[in-house]
Design a protein. Structure first.
Length: 347
């Protein structure tokens, strides 16, 4: 179901703007129909009351929690089953955050990510994205939603923008607390600036070497790191939200002194922050996580040289819950990729 289709059905059932907003607000917060001061029967027209049970049943059937994997850091990784039997992952983060998925699978094929191993299976529709939020809110408060789960949001722009608009209005999420993560599809920078709700932006950088980036992200748009950062800077200045540059630290690949120099060259003076995330080890995937000492040294060096850098460890690493891993385990998928030594070139 798409959100605009849901709105159409509500209007056809006799809902006015205030009725529609109340229904969407309660749904996105995971609250029952009779929540609030006014009882539905005294507020909704009779035709809407007659149609609501079927609509509510359909919304409730969009998604359910198939499994919960709590982490020692306070996170909870949720394996969410959709109505057609496909599954996606959502992550309840510490400090009232939620990471949602926008696709089943992914077409980008990042070499260090489990999600894209089977390619793109299907889009997650806008109502299914909100359903992930509603399920999470049944477990704890959610005040920030990041589109950093399974999939590339830029490849599902219409559905993601619909979900962001609802979350940024009746969903009661501050616009700067809605974070759209992308490898850098040029359409994103234009479409998001035109949107009613403009989210913060996270750009997957991972290296300052254009050739290496093409190998790490083989089906990402062919933007150089310089072009990606220029586009990000324009968006940041237009919205007033600093860009979050994402950098998955891979041992012997992008954790060396040449990358430190490249980062300083490209990000000095830019309106953004560099999030360095040590690789979440995946069985059968050809990368390793640098030592904690190496990660901390790199972040410290960059900070000393004027780059606002945050070292972040992925939520739920103790349960092997990196994007796509829960889904792969549930489907009993076993991926075998030749292991390279850290000093070998990517091919």
């Amino acid at each position: 179901m798409r959100i605009h289709e849901l709105k159409r059905r509500l209007r056809e059932a006799g809902a006015g703007p205030s009725h529609e907003q109340r229904i969407l607000r309660l749904w996105s917060h995971g609250l029952p129909r009779n929540s609030g001061r006014r009882l539905p029967a005294t507020f909704f027209p009779s035709s809407l009351m007659e149609a609501l049970p079927a609509i509510e049943a359909e919304l409730a059937g969009l998604a359910r929690i198939h499994a919960v994997h709590p982490g020692a850091d306070g996170s909870e990784r949720l394996l969410v089953a959709l109505a057609d039997g496909q599954t996606v992952e959502s992550v309840l983060l510490p400090r009232d955050g939620l990471c949602v998925s926008s696709q089943v699978g992914c077409a980008v094929g990042c070499q260090f990510c489990m999600t894209g191993r089977d390619g793109l299976l299907r889009q997650v529709e806008s109502a299914e994205i909100i359903a992930q939020v509603a399920l999470a809110r049944l477990r704890r408060p959610v005040r920030k939603v990041v589109f950093m789960g399974m999939g590339e949001p830029a490849h599902n722009l219409d559905n993601v923008i619909e979900a962001i608009e609802l979350l940024g209005t009746v969903g009661n999420i501050g616009h700067k607390n809605l974070v759209f993560s992308t490898v850098g599809d040029p359409r994103v920078f234009e479409r998001l600036l035109q949107a009613r709700v403009r989210p913060a932006l996270a750009l997957s950088l991972h290296t300052t070497n254009a050739e290496l980036r093409r190998k790490l992200l083989p089906r990402a748009p062919n933007l150089t790191p310089e072009a990606l950062i220029d586009a990000g800077e324009h968006y940041a200045r237009a919205t007033g939200y600093p860009i979050q540059y994402q950098w998955t630290l891979l041992e012997g690949v992008n954790d060396g002194p040449e990358e430190v120099e490249g980062i300083v060259r490209l990000l000095s003076g830019k309106y953004g922050v560099l999030n360095m995330i040590p690789f979440n080890t995946v069985e059968g995937v050809a990368f390793g996580r640098p030592s904690r000492e190496r990660c901390e040294q790199m972040a410290r060096t960059l900070h000393e040289r004027g780059i606002l850098t945050k070292l972040r460890y992925s939520a739920g690493q103790d349960v092997d819950g990196g994007c796509g891993q829960l889904r792969a385990r549930a489907a009993e998928v076993r991926v075998t990729v030749p292991i390279r030594r850290a000093d070998e070139q990517l091919s």
